[in-house]
Ligand binder design. Sequence first.
Ligand SMILES: Nc1nc2c(ncn2[C@@H]2O[C@H](COP(=O)(O)OP(=O)(O)O)[C@@H](O)[C@H]2O)c(=O)[nH]1
Ligand SMILES: [Mg+2]
Length: 359
Amino acid sequence: MYCGKFKPRIRTPRHRTDPDSLPIMSDQAHQAQQGLSAEDDGLLNGVLSHQRRPLAKAITLIESTRADHQARAEKLLTELLPHSGKSIRVGISGVPGVGKSSFIEVLGMFLIERGHRLAVLAVDPSSSISGGAILGDKTRMECLSQREEAFIRPSPTSGSLGGVAEKTREAMLLCEAAGYDIIIVETVGVGQSETAVANMTDVFVLLQLPNAGDDLQAIKKGIVELADLVIFNKADIDPQAADFAAAQMNAALHMLHPGSKHWQPRVLQVSAAKKQGIEAFWQAIEDYRQAMTQSGEFAIKRRHQALAWTWSLIDAGLRTRFRHHPQVRSALPDLLGSVERGAIAPALAAQRLLGYFQQ
Ligand SMILES: Nc1nc2c(ncn2[C@@H]2O[C@H](COP(=O)(O)OP(=O)(O)O)[C@@H](O)[C@H]2O)c(=O)[nH]1
Ligand SMILES: [Mg+2]
């Protein structure tokens, strides 16, 4: 495979790894760091000096369900958090076969040539069931994966609390601390993964095929309402069909999508295979970022996302504790059975179980 279609530009990269630009640790940070083992200290410094291997190891640590690993991961995250946040987080969603991997590969090469560094994370709701069949088979991204400026991480199997995206958010923060200025979170159109990804990214992109069936599915499932950009890929196959689909989607978006005061969702056409429309796509992302930053919405959205994330972790944590509570555990099967048989009202069963939990 030939990996160099975009002509390299002769100009200084904007985001190269310059030792002088790396964060210098404050005394306070040094003190806090005392809590880290020598090994984790190595990981911390490795991540902060933009190395891929320590980053991969740090992500493995946060993905681990072992209690001792989680304690280490928590400390590491605390150290790295102040260095996160300086990126644009792009969610990309679409059904298997729409061309997500192909598009991200081409987009990634385009961005690297403009001096960016990008991390690609996958959220795959199938991974815990099938070992990642939906995304895993084709996430190779051959050209991109050879580049030092790219970090590609397939989906972890689902985390201890069962959420598909549970660890992806933390992985994203680690990637930011490792100097990636563009984070792409890829997901398939299955289950709740789209909402989860839309809730952790700044801009949500829906990749579509230029045929009406695909549009209707997305509209029916309410995904279109999440999208800031709708992209028709494979526009090379039948340009007329792509024009038609784009026009229809435009009309649908005007009806369905409330948009925001400063951004109305856009529809674009691309071809990952022919490397067409990539520059226009990135321009739309830049326009979005500019409009949202100028209006202050960018920061507000991130703050809301952080709060919502905190609550969803609390919800998940409470649920786990609830299920592990000894009295709840022993009473649960009988009470649920009674609810099923109609012998007890759901409200009463819930009230009793919550009562045990409070004891
Ligand atoms: N003609 C054409 N084929 C494409 C385009 N983008 C992707 N494909 C093909 O569509 C298939 C699925 O692409 P892939 O990137 O694996 O899709 P994913 O499952 O969404 O990641 C592959 O055979 C690609 O070569 C495109 O723009 N035009
Ligand atoms: Mg793929």
